[in-house]
Design a protein around this ligand. Structure first.
Ligand code: NAI
Ligand code: A1CAB
Length: 271
């Protein structure tokens, strides 16, 4: 199964806020016709309302190829039962909700429902996302291939070995863009605190993070070596890294605490 199945049978987006819209933008940019997409969302954005051909809060096809579930975990119990009739059939349910386990979907939709749990991230909006996926027993190789085709249209896809890995994945790549945006904010603020105009500080910080990310992805050397390449012995970068790489109060223990907090919250949302 591939994107042609979605073109022909349609895809329903249950919830289309920030994450749903990021992916939808990527799919539409990649050539998926808006006429193949049904969005079910009580508060559609202006962008959605302006999409020509989109089936917005219209009657749903009885057996779409895919239902993408992108409501907040807290709204799941209200939202998902509306699609129960599509459970236990050929429709593949792909959920991007943090925390909610495959077993919970099986309880709500029926355990013969093909379900793929996925954790994407918002760079999907520019085709640069990364999504981790894992399916249930009812999701065969065909369904996994369909989920991979769908999600690889908006970035990289990795297949997990166990659903237990999903909390850590969420804490790293699902939430990770927010950490990176905050790095840009913090670098810009530090530039401002040291006399740079706000616009200049933001331009420098944004271009630096974007350029470093691009280099990290494309260089033959690993990130550690790329860091070394910037660091002249006894030079300026070394002075900064002695603060940032401090084992007790530097970046690594801080990030570890942040990731532990994210994992704890992910598990609470799924409980
Ligand atoms: N924002 C992100 O970076 C990421 C979000 N996610 C997951 O994506 C899901 C959505 O998150 P966001 O897009 O950030 O939230 P959001 O609040 O922007 O979007 C949720 C959408 O669901 C709609 N909604 C509420 N009740 C509904 C119902 N009964 N039926 C249909 N639609 C309903 C809302 O109107 C809203 O547009 C969450 O489960 C989250 O864990 C996963 C990865 C990354
Ligand atoms: O903050 C959240 O709960 C979601 C999950 C990953 C990114 N955003």
């Amino acid at each position: 199964m591939d994107m042609n199945d979605i073109r022909e049978k349609g895809m329903v987006l249950l919830g289309c806020g920030k994450m749903g819209s990021a992916m939808l933008k990527g799919w539409l940019d990649g050539g998926l016709p808006a006429t193949s997409v049904w969005v079910n969302d009580p508060k559609p954005s202006e962008w959605l309302q302006g999409l020509e051909g989109l089936n917005l809060n219209a009657d749903l096809p009885p057996a779409p190829a895919v239902v993408l579930v992108a409501v907040k975990p807290q709204m799941m119990a209200d939202a998902l039962p509306t699609l129960k009739a599509m459970g236990n059939g050929s429709t593949l349910f792909v959920s991007v909700a943090a925390g909610i386990t495959i077993a919970t979907y099986e309880d709500m939709l029926g355990d013969r429902t093909p379900i793929v749990r996925a954790m994407p991230n918002t760079p999907a909006a520019v085709g640069r996302g990364v999504t981790a996926i894992i399916g249930n027993g009812a999701a065969g190789a065909d369904h996994a291939d369909l989920a991979e085709a769908l999600l690889s249209a908006v970035g990289q896809v990795v297949r997990l070995e166990s659903e237990d890995q999903m909390s850590a994945v969420t804490a790293i790549s699902g939430c990770g863009p927010a950490y990176t945006f905050h790095l840009i904010e913090a670098m810009a603020a530090a530039g401002e605190a040291n006399g740079l105009a706000p616009e200049l500080a933001l331009q420098l910080a944004r271009a630096t993070v974007a350029g470093a990310g691009h280099l990290a992805e494309n260089a033959d050397e690993d990130p550690g070596q790329l860091r070394v390449n910037v660091t002249s012995p006894n030079g300026v970068t070394q002075a900064a890294l002695e603060v940032l790489m401090n084992e007790t109060d530097g970046f690594p223990p801080l990030l570890e605490r942040a990731v532990e907090a994210a994992i704890k919250r992910d598990k609470e949302l799924g409980a």
